[in-house]
Design a binder for this molecule. Structure first.
Ligand code: NAP
Length: 276
């Protein structure tokens, strides 16, 4: 995929230090340029296998490339969760979306439903409200878990309504979505006319490439200590894919800085001549 991963799915970032407001794709490109400026080399492809062979890690990609390294940093992030309801798969790309910045413009002047109550759902509902006619946020509880300041913006945006204690249980339409079925916690079922639905109900870690190495927990998060080591010599994990208590761009960047310095010191130490 494009450099920056999930950052690219974020319309407006307003809590990354140094920027009042910056779009996700702009920040991702800027970070890519920084890495280039410091001489990082980029390889392409999906990693299909990571194995330790002697002192080295051996990495194979679906492009047929094979890399060998003393250390590997896994920073594969997360991917969006799906609702798993009837119609979701059928209408994906035809009204069902997981990325407001990618697809929001298709719904200019229309009514969309956003599902979820975390930072992503609330931030993207606010973003969509600037483009579409009306947003209905559907949340399965009676309170949101998003940051307080963002919630305040949501509640003060006149074209956003919130439907509490309800779940989307079916997505219907003809060629594209035109109806969303809601079931509230009391079991009452109702249909809501909508031209699109944006799903932001959380993330799953992209840790499958190391799942055979016994370094992930039951949720698929890579387990690390404070030095971001996995317990296997030379294998580190950073960012949202690991068992971090906070998933923000700033915390991922911090992980990257910490682990890079640790590795450089370790490699320098190993390379230093032994004095007698
Ligand atoms: P999240 O924080 O896990 O929130 C998921 C939301 O969806 C919660 O409201 C959850 O309800 C609800 N939910 C879960 N499963 C559901 C289902 N099957 N049906 C309906 N609703 C469901 O996910 P996220 O908002 O994508 O955020 C992921 C991480 O990135 C978080 O750590 C977040 O803080 C971070 N993030 C930070 C920023 C920022 O700093 N600006 C922006 C975006 C994301 P419950 O509350 O009941 O679990």
């Amino acid at each position: 995929g494009i450099y920056g991963g999930q950052i690219n799915n974020t319309s407006e970032i307003d809590n990354y230090p140094g920027f009042q407001k910056i779009s996700g794709p702009e920040l991702a490109e800027s970070m890519y340029n920084t890495a280039n400026r410091f001489g990082a080399e980029f390889g392409y492809g999906n990693v299909e296998a990571i194995e330790k062979t002697g002192a080295l890690w051996d990495i194979q990609t679906d492009m047929g490339d094979n890399y060998q390294a003393k250390t590997v940093i896994v920073g594969t992030g997360t991917r969006y969760k799906k609702l798993g309801v009837l119609g979701e798969e059928h209408f994906e790309g035809r009204g069902v979306s997981y990325c407001a910045i990618c697809d929001g413009e298709f719904f200019t002047g229309k009514h969309v439903v956003v599902v979820g109550g975390g930072d992503s759902a609330v931030e993207e509902a606010i973003y969509l409200a600037k483009i579409v006619d009306r947003v209905t946020l559907v949340h399965w509880r009676d309170e949101l878990s998003a940051q307080k300041g963002t919630q305040d913006v949501l509640f003060n945006t006149p074209n956003i309504d919130v439907v509490w204690n309800s779940q989307v249980t079916e997505i219907k339409g003809d060629m594209t979505v035109n109806l969303v079925t809601l079931t509230n916690n009391g079991g009452t079922v109702s249909d809501l006319s909508a031209d699109g639905i944006f799903v932001y109900i959380g993330m799953n870690p992209n840790s499958e490439i190391v799942s055979h190495l016994d370094v992930v927990d039951e949720r698929g998060q890579i387990l690390t200590n404070a030095a971001l080591e996995t317990g296997l010599e030379g294998l580190y994990a950073i960012g949202d894919v690991r068992n971090t208590p906070m998933r923000q761009i700033s915390t991922s960047v911090g992980d990257g800085a910490l682990v890079s310095q640790t590795i450089i010191e370790k490699l320098n130490k190993a390379a230093a001549p032994v004095s007698i």
